[in-house]
Design a protein around this ligand. Sequence first.
Ligand code: AHR
Length: 505
Amino acid sequence: QAQETTVTIHTGEGKTIIPKEIYGQFAEHLGSCIYGGLWVGPHSNIPNTEGYRTDVLNALKDLKVPVLRWPGGCFADEYHWRDGIGPRSQRPKMQNNNWGGTIEDNSFGTHEFLNLCELLGCEPYISGNVGSGSVEELAKWVEYMTSDGDTPMANLRRKNGRQHSWNVKYLGVGNESWGCGGNMRPEYYADLYRRYSTYCRNYDHHNLFKIASGASDYDYNWTKVLMDRVGNRMNGISLHYYTVKGWSGSKGASTEFTPQEYYWTIGKSMQIEDVIKKHTAIMDQKDPQKKVGLMVDEWGTWWDEEPGTIRGHLYQQNTMRDAMVAALSLNIFQRHTDRIKMANIAQVVNVLQSMILTDTIGKGHMVLTPTYHVFHMYRPFQDATYLPADVHTDSMTVEGGHMASMVDGKIPDVSVSTAKAKDGSIVVALANTSLDKKQTVTVSLDNGSVRSVSGSQLTTPALTAYNDFQHPDRIKETPFKNFKMKKGSVTATLPALSIVVLQMK
Ligand code: AHR
């Protein structure tokens, strides 16, 4: 017996654009995200384009990555950019103290990152070192990347082979400054932000969008202090929210979990909406015109590392549970784009809830995760106009653990997001969270008719199934045809545990 959901879209009431940056990615020098993930170097046996893995590059181009954050994360506050420029063979090494003590040879540095962004056609988001770096170091990095004048840093860049500045818009001033980025109090960090950001100049035509290191989860005081003491000296303030059981003990296996644990995960991921609302309310007090953006620049699931992989490298598998977290989170972000201006899932390759997993030895296989497919299916939402909708769907109540602090402890049977895409079509994302019930969803337009519908879906009958190098297509996007069209509506039947995106013209 299928459950019933109705969605009525208010086609004429679109007010906010869903910034494409909501679909942002994050690449840290952590495990095999950079080395073996994005970069193998030009002399590798693994097919590459000037050192970037060709398979990964093509998959990311197809994803239309809008923005890529780098070099961390915690790594950013120990990173000294001058170690990563000049001839690769002469670059000094360092120990990556945050992530397993791995030796970093700095062969992937500023040029390699910014050239990658150009190849992908995405905005770079540089995360600057405030924790262990000087004001001068950060100021000069900005000059190196963005000055076109006869300046010392622009000339050094030219000497290293790059004539013109790169387009760098987003600059993070520190990362997790309350923790790995320096263990600071918000009052102290607020002053440091003011000081460091003063010297990050706008060179020539560049206009930096400066992002302060923001709160984690429920630390509303951090946001309050920064809004009081920094205010609109920052263009954005970050927020980190992971779907994780806790920071001590086991976080649970990525591919072995019960239906109960699945529902717990869904509930925990949805709790981000309450967290966003509370940070937004604090920001609204000081900034009612919403000039300062909330940048969710780290989010996603965090499980135990896969058995046999290096501790501290955060390599985890990805199932339909992760895909569901991605869809629900994106649906939530899309509801709050009056304040949220960017989100960066952690991380793009081989780390946490990644888009792509690679095999760095032998043939160098690559596999796309279920989360990749969600981002791929959601591409029409990038820069679309958000459309409000009336949604009637049942919900289930979940109890236990963090769920106790959920707003109402409820998971909707179907999570919905609706928008008018740039090509004029109406795009509808429908995520059926139930593990055992189909859903009949009737989507109606309050005005206008439907001439044609196309759709894609992601689903699996096996809850804990995943893609690996031997079975790369166990979970993949397929055409969705299980719908009927009427003049002003479409009725679709969603399988249990499925994500469907419809495009209506
Ligand atoms: O994404 C992994 C780590 O999580 C980042 O380095 C850090 O900012 C956060 O704690």
